[in-house]
Design a protein around this ligand. Structure first.
Ligand code: GAL
Length: 833
């Protein structure tokens, strides 16, 4: 009887046109209405008056549009930009032909505390501003000519809630997803490669199939594997029976012969195509890219990728994109990653939250490893209104969603369940819960060994660590669980929990050497290091007071150890210099790698300064994307690219003593010349990563020559610059795509008449565009510039500025003009094709 019913239902399905097309996933970014409001009015009703609202396309970050101000409650720590309450509304129609399909809305991220309504029905609330989420719109949709109204409230009014700039609003992409009623569930593909050998790899695919019919259905699940070349190399099909309004997980195992391994140099990506057929119709088709590769961690010798010892050469990155704020733009993320890769970076830590999906897609494709991090706080808050208030209720859901979303990414090689969470420590904030109470809070949906609750040495903090690591391991056992710790003592509750596979040390470089004695058998990664302070283009001289920041700024720490005595010696008290940290990680084989704090300057956390500073000083690259000098130290150590980098500029007072440094590689020595006269030849030693000379200034030409076995490798000259005479516009790409999002990043240099950068130029530069583009932002890397980064004008900062131009979706030409008083106009053209 049951069989008969299934057959009948299958026939019914075959007749149902709605299930015929598989899956459609389209951008839902365009044509939203937006209003930023202080009042508490509920604007969720479909007929609420939105007639005067601003029209815009997503992704959108409303905070970045404002000027910086110390009055903003986010404080300079949060970027000195406004938060507030934002409302977004979108009016749209769904064709009659979609009736009978499942229609979902996917948000990649909304900052924060979002509520979403469709046609007046509340679809849900998500407090976490970094998590991706989906709602099923099917029950409330209207079809045909009737209008639907989707409303999103983003509540970033409780401030401060972040230790860095968060941005505000629907700052990531939004997608409309339509499937048949028998379809792959959200994050419903889980791909692992348990056996990888040269001759073959086993690919195990677990697919969660969902049936939203009120009847049992039979379906067929087909999985096809395509090689990196696009060629189909394996496929398998399986009949399945799905319960009414239910789901099932189906396991398929395939074999790939002579697998091409995903790696840093050759990031080969396979594609799994999942097809679901029911009643002879294709009801879903879903593609997942994945990599075949192996990871191994050795307590004595560090990390291995595909059997090769691989030092993790990483940077921590926050999610803002400089003058674009946090509004996701794939090209802007790609540019950041390219700049990092050119420096030799092979790994990114998504400090301290789940990243935009685009970052992971790019890392997969570009061969960058990712430490995917979940939380900056657990139950104990770090800012007055941060996620700690939601942790008890939401941690399991958020962590689960993150792992499920990200676990197929070839690039993800570690999960970090927290950064410097205050639960590390016992003192002052000892948890007031009993173990049993904590277990009740944490145990929803997953079980902790009851014996642990009777163990008198177990603490609540360790219990939380175990609970979070358990959530991860239930979903993925192929990657280690770690956490970033600034308490590196064995008393740390995270270490004591025994739940961390790899110990993440933040800072404390003196503790790397004794690690094997203190933690026998454990594995070490430097999850965060350095926190050195630098401003691109600014140099303190030995004759100066040794502070790296201009005299007019507040000096934050009046402590002798904070004085900066060289170009690479200025760091916060818990940090260290770039060279010292790298030296430790380089020389200790069991230090599997490091993540520099940070790759780029980011908005917020101007530590150790405060207003008028509003962005950080920690980056190896400034907020505009211009490398600071130490970038080339890493490039000389972390890449094989022949490098010679000489600095500073050559415009000083006659007779002033100037420290001249050079970073180099692939050579034995560097000789320095001033106006043709040799100032001597120098070589690096085992623990310094630069050579230097102290030179009394006289104008002219400084020249460095690197040599190997007496033969010149590279040479670099710096000339004393004259008066500013021209603006040079230097686009990173002259041809961009007509897709509405692609960007050209145009560097502006103030130059003298011989073409030398004028190193202290601060001319006000005004930008305008004609044609098929607009100015998406401007910047100069100055951490103290109070002007909105959306303004079409910018002062040069130490000779440089940046204008970012975005296309409007039309093919054509964007003509960009830069003007500055007393200088000829400069023009450049960007083709949009
Ligand atoms: C670390 C922290 C980072 C950042 C950094 C600044 O302790 O994990 O988020 O605040 O300090 O030095």
């Amino acid at each position: 009887m049951k069989q008969l019913a299934i057959v009948f239902f299958s026939l019914l399905l075959a007749a149902c046109s709605a299930d015929r097309q598989g899956r459609e996933r389209t951008s839902f970014n365009n044509d939203w209405l937006f209003s930023l409001t202080d009042n508490q009015a509920d604007l969720s009703a479909p007929d609420a008056d939105d007639s005067g609202w601003r029209q815009l396309n997503l992704p959108h970050d409303w905070s970045i549009e404002a000027d910086f101000s110390k009055e903003n409650p986010a404080t300079p720590g949060g970027g000195a930009l406004p938060g507030g309450m934002g409302w977004y509304r979108k009016h749209f129609k769904i064709p009659e032909s979609d009736r009978g399909k499942q229609v979902y809305i996917d948000f990649d991220g909304v900052y924060r505390c979002s509520k979403v309504w469709l046609n007046g029905h509340l679809l849900g609330f998500r407090p976490n501003g970094y998590i991706s989420f989906r709602y099923d719109m099917t029950p409330y949709l209207k079809y045909g000519q009737e209008e639907n109204v989707l409303v999103v409230q983003a509540d970033n009014s409780q401030q401060p809630n972040s230790r860095w700039y968060s941005g505000s609003g629907i700052y990531r992409n939004v997608w409309l997803v339509k499937t048949g009623q028998v379809h792959v569930d959200q994050y419903g593909t889980n791909i692992t490669t348990p056996d990888v050998a040269q001759e073959r790899a086993t690919v195990v695919i677990e697919t969660t199939l969902k049936n939203t019919y009120a009847a049992v259905v039979t379906a067929e699940l087909t999985t096809i594997i395509k090689a990196p070349s696009g060629k189909v190399i394996a496929h398998t099909s399986l009949p399945v029976e799905l319960p009414e309004n239910g789901s099932d997980i189906i396991k398929q195992t395939l074999e790939v012969k002579a697998p091409e391994l995903w790696g840093i140099k050759n990031p080969a990506l396979y594609t799994a195509v999942t097809e679901v057929r029911s009643g002879n119709q294709l009801t879903d088709r879903y593609e997942t890219t994945f990599g075949i590769r192996t990871f191994r961690w050795d307590e004595a010798t560090g990390f291995y990728l595909n059997g090769e010892p691989t030092k993790v050469l990483g940077v921590c990155l926050h999610h803002d994109l400089g003058c674009l704020g946090t509004a996701v733009n794939k090209r802007a993320i790609e540019r950041q990653l390219q700049i990092m890769k050119d420096m030799g970076v092979n790994a990114i830590r998504t400090s301290h939250n789940p990243p935009a999906p685009e970052l992971l897609e790019l890392c997969d494709r570009m061969g960058l490893l990712v430490q995917d991090e979940s939380f900056d706080m657990w139950r104990k808050r770090k800012s007055p209104y941060d996620y700690a208030q939601y942790f008890d209720e939401w941690h399991e859901r958020d962590l689960t969603d993150q792992i499920k979303r990200d676990r197929n990414h070839a690039s993800v090689f570690m999960w970090s369940i927290g950064n410097e969470v205050l639960e590390q420590w016992s003192h002052a904030d000892a948890d007031t819960l009993s173990l049993q109470e904590a277990n009740l809070i944490l145990n929803a949906g997953h079980k902790i060994d009851p014996a642990l609750l009777e163990d008198s040495t177990m603490s609540v903090q360790s219990l939380i660590t175990i609970a979070l690591a358990d959530i991860v391991r239930k979903l993925d056992t192929t990657r280690p669980v770690t956490a970033g710790n600034n308490g590196v003592d064995p008393a740390n509750h995270l270490f004591r929990s025994g739940a961390l596979d790899v110990y993440g040390f933040n800072y404390h470089e003196k503790d790397y050497a004794p690690f094997p004695q203190v933690y026998p058998g454990k594995k070490l990664i430097v999850s965060e290091s350095t926190s050195a302070l630098m401003t691109r283009g600014y140099y303190q001289m030995p004759s100066d007071e040794m502070y790296i920041w201009p005299e007019s700024w507040d000096k934050p720490f009046d402590r002798p150890e904070h004085l900066c005595s060289s170009y690479d010696n200025c760091h916060v008290p818990w940090g260290s210099t770039h060279e010292v940290t790298w030296h430790e990680v380089k020389r200790l084989p069991y230090a599997s790698g490091m993540f520099i704090w940070t790759g780029f300057d980011y908005l917020g956390e101007p530590t150790p300064y405060w207003w008028p500073s509003r962005s950080s000083f920690f980056g190896v690259v400034d907020l505009a994307g211009f490398p600071k000098n130490v970038y080339y130290m890493y490039r000389s150590e972390w890449t094989d690219q022949p490098t010679l980098h000489l600095f500073p500029h050559w415009n000083w007072k006659e007779g002033e003593e100037v420290d001249v440094w050079a970073y180099y590689n692939q050579a034995d020595e560097v000789e320095l010349f001033l106006n043709g006269k040799s100032l001597g030849t120098k070589s690096k030693n085992d623990s310094t990563y630069h050579v230097s000379w102290r030179v009394p200034f006289t104008p002219g030409t400084l020249k460095a020559v690197s040599r190997k076995a007496g033969k010149e490798v590279l040479a670099q000259e710096i000339h004393t610059a004259g008066e500013a005479a021209e603006l040079a516009l230097l686009p990173d790409r002259r041809v961009i795509q007509a897709d509405g999002t692609d960007l050209s990043f145009i560097t502006v240099e103030v130059r003298d008449k011989a073409g030398n950068l004028v190193p202290r130029a601060d001319n006000l530069i005004r930008f305008s565009v004609e044609g098929d583009g607009f100015i998406a932002g401007t910047d100069n890397g100055d951490q103290n510039d109070p002007n909105s980064l959306k303004k079409p004008e910018r002062n040069a900062f130490y000779g440089k500025a940046l204008v970012v131009v975005q296309n409007t979706g039309k093919k054509g030409v964007i003509r960009v003009k830069a003007t500055a008083a007393g200088l000829p106009d400069a023009v450049t053209e960007i083709e949009v094709e």
